[in-house]
Design a protein around this ligand. Structure first.
Ligand SMILES: [Zn+2]
Length: 201
């Protein structure tokens, strides 16, 4: 960019090439914008909200991931980890599918849980929680979320239909768990074999 400025001042040819370059840059910006993937997240514990681009042209954006890692930190210990970007891709795909099927809904994910340090996870289990001992949350692979305006059952079904990995359905608390470990589901009284994935565009 710096190299174009002296040319513009020197001669008409320089201006022409600078303009051509300008158009090329504008075009590139437009096409890059089309390939941007962003996530709108609100952490229910810390009340923090971000809306950031985490992937551009198929490449993860470090600055975006950094903000997301912070928002999804273990708020009890104020400790961050690197959230598995594949889990973010899962969340993004869920949001896109919901958006296509319910265009009037603005997709914002409310976050119940992201990263949980092992100490936090153990403390929650000791207090009678149902957390798994080797929870995917402790590996930065899992996110518990809900989408305001969307039924939990719908988010659950979309999560099941849009990717591999785990899907947990927390009916009472109104949220869905996703992770990037092997494909599995819980609780046992929900059978995803009955989910009609064809109904989602
Ligand atoms: Zn979870």
């Amino acid at each position: 960019m710096n190299g174009t400025r002296p040319k513009m001042q020197r001669n008409a040819t320089g201006i022409a090439s600078a303009l051509t370059l300008g158009c090329a840059l504008a075009f590139n910006t437009a096409s890059a914008a089309a390939a941007e993937q962003s996530l709108h997240l609100h952490n229910l514990h810390t009340k923090e909200t971000i809306n950031v681009v985490y992937k551009r042209d198929g490449k993860y954006v470090p600055a975006g991931l950094k903000q997301i890692n912070h928002l999804l930190r273990d708020h009890r210990r104020n400790e961050e980890t690197q959230i598995n970007p594949k889990t973010l891709d899962r969340l993004y795909d869920i949001g896109q599918t919901v958006k296509r099927n319910y265009p009037s809904i603005a997709i914002k994910f409310e976050i119940i849980s992201g990263y949980r340090a092992l100490q936090t996870n153990n403390a929650l289990i000791a207090a009678g929680g149902s957390q798994g001992k080797d929870s995917q949350h402790t590996h930065g692979n899992a996110i518990d979320f809900r989408i305001p305006g969307v039924r939990t059952e719908t988010s659950r079904d979309v999560a099941w239909c849009t990717g591999s990995g785990g899907v947990g359905y927390y009916k009472q608390d109104g949220f869905v768990h996703i992770d990037t470990a092997r494909k599995r589901f819980w609780p046992a009284n929900w059978n995803p074999a009955h989910v009609n994935c064809a109904k989602f565009k």
